[in-house]
Write a protein that binds this ligand. Structure first.
Ligand code: DAT
Ligand code: MG
Length: 140
């Protein structure tokens, strides 16, 4: 496997509970490098674009409202097999199903407010990184 980059978000439930450092410690312990990071307030338009694939789902409105309910930390993570590796470190979407030691098992309180986002494939990683970072903001 090659070195990859993936896109990560520490969601509003993480910033609200002052957990960004704790989550980053799990990320770094897993061998992923944070090569770009910034704290932003996502706009409704940004959240709708970001989650457009879920636009028809019944929870879409709730998801956009949550993602714009407070600051988020957007990140680019780099490492060997980073996309799948970060999905493993995050744990299952529903924290009730997340494995021990994963970020969602450690920190998430519900399927809707599940602490982190991570890209699911190289194509989505590229699109998601480009939505929030310009090339010169990523320093590997
Ligand atoms: P993941 O974030 O693990 O990639 P996803 O892409 O299926 O999961 O869904 C995106 C986000 O939408 C997820 O992190 C939280 C929200 N979501 C998914 N399923 C949900 C549900 N059944 N009820 C409420 N929110 C949900
Ligand atoms: Mg997803």
């Amino acid at each position: 496997m090659a070195v990859q980059r993936t896109f990560s978000i520490l969601k509003p439930d993480a910033t609200k509970r002052n957990l960004t450092g704790a989550v980053n410690a799990v990320i770094e312990k897993a061998g992923l490098r944070i090569v770009a990071q910034k704290r932003i307030q996502m706009t409704k338009a940004q959240a709708e674009t970001f989650y457009a694939v879920h636009a028809a789902r019944p929870f879409f409105g709730e998801l956009v409202a949550f993602m714009t309910s407070g600051p988020v930390v957007v990140q680019v993570l780099e490492g060997e097999d980073a996309i799948a590796r970060y999905r493993d470190v995050m744990g299952a979407t529903n924290p009730a199903n997340a494995a021990e030691g994963t970020i969602r098992k450690l920190f998430a309180e519900s399927v809707g407010e599940n602490t982190v986002h991570g890209s699911d494939a190289p194509e989505t990683a590229a699109v998601e990184i480009a939505q929030f970072f310009s090339g010169n903001e990523i320093v590997g």
